[in-house]
Design a protein around this ligand. Structure first.
Ligand code: PAF
Length: 207
């Protein structure tokens, strides 16, 4: 749970590759696919679960974001994750840590998701930079469901000269083609039947 503990764990390894999967919990098969990829490519795999308040807007779902910590711990155990870091807000946004947060380029943050969520990617970079500094991974794994997020993080790593290889992993879909997301649990049955038309229509357009 603490930076001290995860640092002690991390510092046991100097020559090994360290794969890192930052998450906000409510883990599903999409997250598991990142764990499998990290286990395949890296000697050690570290997962974090941290619901980052700074990437939620004022009227967004921070307070109702799905939580299932016991299930998440079991998913990590099943996938033989070497360490699971579950920090709290004080640990991540400690008053002693006054480093100026990295600001991603407007070119990438004002389009697509950034149009309706203007502070979202600043909040994502803020926490991912902190997590990278704490965990100091050699590799980090991100799902291509959030392609814009991955591109912004790749640019951040380049701008900050961090020696971390960012690996994008394919979208994992349910049996009806809907991309897995922790937030899918918000859909009622009727809403679900509507949203599953989106991947169907998109594949028709692409054809
Ligand atoms: O994709 C997510 O779950 C989050 O944006 C991340 C990368 C864990 C940062 O909070």
């Amino acid at each position: 749970e603490t930076i001290k503990e995860i640092t002690e764990f991390r510092n046991q390894f100097s020559n090994e590759t360290i794969g890192f999967i930052p998450t906000m919990g409510a883990l599903h098969n999409g997250h598991e696919s990142l764990m499998i990829e990290s286990k395949k490519n890296c000697d050690i795999t570290i997962v974090s679960i941290y619901l980052n308040p700074k990437q939620f807007g004022k009227n967004e779902d921070y307070n109702k974001y799905p939580k299932q910590i016991t299930i998440d711990i079991n998913i990590c155990k099943k996938n033989k994750i070497d360490a699971l870091f579950i920090p709290n807000n004080n640990e991540i946004y400690s008053k002693n840590n006054i480093t100026k947060p990295y600001l991603p380029s407007k070119k990438l943050t004002t389009i697509l998701c950034g149009k309706s969520r203007p502070d979202f990617f600043n909040g994502v970079c803020n926490v991912v930079e902190r997590l990278f500094n704490i965990v100091t991974p050699t590799h980090a794994f991100f799902g291509d469901k959030d392609l814009q997020q991955r591109l912004i993080i790749e640019e951040m790593v380049k701008d900050l000269n961090k020696n971390i290889i960012i690996i994008g992993c394919p979208i994992i879909r349910d049996k009806n083609g809907l991309a897995l997301s922790s937030r899918n649990s918000y859909f009622s049955k009727d809403e679900y039947n509507i949203v599953i038309q989106i991947p169907k229509l998109m594949s028709l357009i692409i054809k």
